[in-house]
Structures are given as structure tokens and as C-alpha cells.
Design a protein around this ligand. Structure first.
Ligand code: DQA
Length: 145
């Protein structure tokens, strides 16, 4: 059976392409999602993409994902650095969640170097531009089901 994966984007990522292009690049959000879908499909997976600017929506989606999906690729945006509620949601579900960041969060403002979700994620990928998402998708593809 094909692995179903959820690519979950948090706040402000819908503005990719126009948001601080020097940091996040010029690929727009829609094109990124097409690229990620194509990549996941090429690895024989069934991807779904979801974006929300709200903490509660992200938590609801993680809860929903626990029944349907093999794993989640999560860019929680700034929630990464302070949302204990998202960290608890990840802890509550058994499926692997991979933390992703486009930028190198360790090379920027001091507050970005701390991730409250990292300890409860299966692993973290940061700093490879939009390729970070593909590396995470690849990791889920290689994970035993
Ligand atoms: C980000 C890094 C976060 O610190 C920031 O708040 C974002 C994007 C990244 O992908 O590099 O919104 O998660």
C-alpha cells in the first residue's frame, strides 16, 4: 500500500516567493507544493498538502493525521520556537513527524535556534532552502512501514 504523507505548513508560509526572498527564496508557495507533490508521487507516496496560520488548525490536522497518514513533514514556522501546544500534539500521536525549515534556524536570530518541537519530532532538517522539504519526504519514503 502507498504511504500517505501530510505536508503541513504553518504561519506565513503561504507568502513564500514574496516573503523575505533573500532568506526564503523566490519559489512561490503554489509551485513549491506542486514540486513536493510530484516528488512524493515519484517516490510512490500519496501526499496531501495543508497550510494554516493558526495554531489550533495545525493541532487539529496533526490529530486527524494520526489515523490516516504514515507520517508528517511539518514546517511549523515561528510556532516552532514557542508552541508547547504543537509539541504536545506531536507527542500525542504515534506517527513520525519530521521538522523542516527552509532557512538555517541556527544561523539567524537567537530565538530561532531553540525549537520546542525538535525533541518530539523524529528528526529535523534546516537550512537547505525548499530542498529541506524534499529531504524530509525522502526520509519518510525510506522509513520502514
Ligand atoms: C522557518 C523558520 C522560522 O524561524 C520562521 O519563523 C518561519 C520559517 C523556515 O522555514 O526557515 O516562518 O520555519
Amino acid at each position: 500500500m502507498k504511504k500517505k504523507i501530510l505536508i503541513l505548513h504553518g504561519p506565513n508560509l503561504n507568502l513564500l516567493g514574496e516573503r523575505e526572498p533573500g532568506i526564503y527564496g523566490t519559489t512561490d508557495f503554489e509551485s513549491l507544493n506542486w514540486q513536493l507533490m510530484d516528488y512524493a508521487i515519484s517516490l510512490d507516496m500519496e501526499p496531501q498538502v495543508y497550510q494554516s496560520n493558526s495554531e489550533g488548525d495545525i493541532i487539529d490536522k496533526l490529530h486527524e493525521a494520526r489515523k490516516e497518514y504514515f507520517g508528517v513533514v511539518l514546517n511549523a514556522g515561528a510556532y516552532t520556537h514557542y508552541s508547547y501546544a504543537i509539541a504536545d500534539a506531536i507527542k500525542a500521536i504515534k506517527i513520525p513527524v519530521i521538522e523542516v525549515h527552509i532557512s538555517n534556524v541556527f544561523a539567524r536570530d537567537a530565538f530561532r535556534a531553540n525549537s520546542v518541537i525538535a525533541p518530539v519530532c523524529r528528526g529535523s532538517i534546516s537550512g537547505f532552502g525548499t530542498l529541506s522539504y524534499k529531504l524530509a519526504i525522502h526520509a519518510l519514503a525510506e522509513m520502514p512501514s
